[in-house]
Write a protein that binds this ligand. Sequence first.
Ligand SMILES: [Zn+2]
Length: 328
Amino acid sequence: MYGYDIYHEDIMDKLITSIRKGMSHHAYIFEGERGAGSMEAAKLFAVSLICEKKEVTPCGNCNSCILAKAGNHPDIHILSPLKDKKNIIVDQIRDLLKDAYKKPFESERKVYIIAYGDEMNEQAQNAFLKLLEEPPEYAVFVILAENTESLLLTVRSRCERVKFPPVSSEKIKIILEKSYPNTKNIDFLARYSGGNIEKAKQLAEEEGFMPLRQGAFELLPKILSKSVLESYDVAEFVENNKEDAQTVLELWQDFLRDIILIQNNAEKFAVNTDYIDKLINLSGRTEEKTAVSAMTEIIKAQEMLKRAVNLHTLVLNMAFGIKRGENK
Ligand SMILES: [Zn+2]
């Protein structure tokens, strides 16, 4: 869309139309999962605000459009956490404050995109609030947020909220087919990414992902077997892929969910379409309560993994738990 990767055309059409009608707000919250298109949408929105032609769509040819496309427009600012910091800190907001009261250089507008806005701490949000209370006439702020509830009510109430739903797997499939024509398993990647286009692209580029998934799949019978001894192989596999432990657990979870779906005649919702025959075979040999108990234990392990714990013990307990649960 207008030279930008836009995954939510209908939402953007509405937004751009509203600013052309002179109904723009000073501040917006673009709410959606990180990687699911809200940043691209914010960039297109910014260029629509500064385009010199002011036609229905950004022209793409004026000086402002060209500078914006190259990421060099002096009146479009993108604020992200500093390199060694997790969140946007109050000092960054104070700098933004000073900058915002200086008139635009090139355009009639100045646009600030605040990435990870919901992760600003309270101090930073309070500093930002001052700006929202007395915004300069020409300024527009776009806060990107996964969880709008993390923003102070006083900030939220001054912003127009725009929701960006996950990108449909059909759309992700089309994009992947165009960008990665040589990649196999596109159907799987489109489903597995859960509407997150950045995740889908990243996985398509990551050479180690498919072999890791193959390895995870091969261990499924051992996870579902009655033998306690095989738990050690499961734990060893995760330990050998320490860096990707969370991904391995996620892959197992998805395989098991597919098995449960197949057992309930709902395989059209399965994610692992390229393994479907093997999964049908495995589901025929697995009791549903075993699959369900395995899912529960894996979800528990995923939660525990977020806190730093001994990985080997954690996965071993998970595998034991599956066999215990099955005997209940
Ligand atoms: Zn233009």
